[in-house]
Design a protein around this ligand. Sequence first.
Ligand SMILES: Cc1ncc(COP(=O)(O)O)c(C=O)c1O
Length: 255
Amino acid sequence: MSRVYNFSAGPSMLPEEVLKKAQEEMVEYPGAGMSVMEMSHRSKVYDDIIKETERLVRELMNVPDNYKVMFVQGGGSTQFAMVPMNLGTKCKAADYLITGQWAKKAAQEAEKYVKVNRIASSADKTFSYIPKPEASEFSPADEVDYCYICYNNTIYGTRYTELPKTDAVLVADISSNAMSEVIDVSKFGILFAGAQKNLGPAGVVLVIAREDLIGEPQEGTPTMLTYKTHADNDSLYNTPPTYAIYIFKLVLEWI
Ligand SMILES: Cc1ncc(COP(=O)(O)O)c(C=O)c1O
């Protein structure tokens, strides 16, 4: 076997130790008599797996106690809608910094649910830099529900080295830098990451949300797109992506 170095921006390399451990446990998870793929998400064995995954996320990212850790589906892209549907309830407006395709797509999606203020954009120079607006250029905190950034711009290789000077609740897409650098969770209202670049296989999305932001969403928001559904049910409202979460746990153990 000869494994290549895969620098793809899509699903990327997993540690070989993780793949080998998964291979060992694929057919029979120790003590369970079946594969993780086959077991009930309500079983004691699986409950231990998902709880340990959450514990490791909390430990490795130093997640404060007033934040919920959730495992949801739909890829990073579903968060582009979930964020405005769940947070855009008071002012029904949000600030967006357009630093690449993923921030652009997030803003376009958000526009279906809230008024989007594009505070700054680096589209003029093919997203080759991070714009740094002055504090006065952001909306006052009582006029927007949140300010949105894409922390690491996967396609262009640009990243924030200092956070925007906004007083609003900060929301960040960390799909391509989660657990690859220290992130001070307490500076954010919501952090989310599709797993497939840094954390595990595609199919699971990590969402870390400050508890006071997990309230009633906009009217008509589907149950599955409501953060409260997943927060109140410890990510077990419906069948979660059980195997993807198990591999995520192995990656966390490796980290
Ligand atoms: C920063 C960032 N956000 C969101 C996405 C979209 O994620 P998904 O394909 O899981 O919807 C990507 C995908 O590459 C990404 O790099």
